[in-house]
Design a protein around this ligand. Structure first.
Ligand code: IMP
Length: 185
């Protein structure tokens, strides 16, 4: 049985829909992952997976994600959760208020581990633009200010299944699912 470790129910719902397409069932372990401070999503995600594996005798998935804004040299990136909690979407819009270059990407690193085996990680990335004002009320985090390339809606204006056609999380999960199906007897 595969467990997704997250305190974010939205992430769990998104992941369940993606893995379901591969015939994989996901369980939710609603605990807050341990987050070290580092500049690299993979380091954060793999460290969290290692700590969880020491406590739980289960097959686990841990994810660390962030919003990387080109013109801010990738900020807030791995600090997205802190920046979201402190200044939120408005704070980002404020930082970009006179900026015409609004390219950004969401990245997610998904780390899979099972007891007494190594941890393996999968990256998903979605490029897009930061809008000028908040749009939509769905989703979570920076969803209301991000439009993925190929869409005219922000993630917050989409249903979960629409977001899953574009999202960084879906891309990491698909890479994982393809690997998992090949490597699991
Ligand atoms: P976490 O540490 O992986 O939970 O994510 C860090 C922060 O990035 C979250 O608090 C959100 O603000 C933001 N984030 C990550 N993924 C998404 C997403 O799919 N939509 C919107 N914001 C996201």
């Amino acid at each position: 049985m595969l467990y997704l470790i997250t305190s974010n129910l939205n992430k769990f719902k998104e992941a369940t829909l993606v893995l379901d397409e591969f015939g994989l069932t996901l369980q939710h372990l609603p605990i807050k992952k341990m987050e070290i401070q580092a500049d690299d999503l993979q380091e954060i995600s793999e460290h969290a997976a290692k700590v969880i594996l020491e406590q739980y005798d289960k097959e686990i998935l841990v994810e660390d994600a962030g919003l990387f804004i080109d013109t801010l040299n990738g900020f807030p990136g791995p600090y997205s959760s802190y920046v979201y909690r402190t200044v939120g979407c408005e704070g980002i819009l404020d930082l970009l208020k006179d900026e015409t270059k609004r390219i950004a990407s969401f990245k997610a690193v998904l780390s899979y581990g099972r007891p007494e085996k190594g941890i393996i990680s999968f990256l998903g990335e979605t490029k897009g633009q930061i809008v000028k004002s908040i749009r939509g009320s769905g989703g979570f985090g920076f969803d209301p200010i991000f439009i993925p390339n190929g869409s005219d809606k922000t993630f917050a204006e989409m249903s979960i299944s629409q977001k899953n056609q574009f999202s960084h999380r879906m891309r990491a999960l698909k890479r994982f699912a393809e690997w998992y199906i090949q490597h699991t007897p």
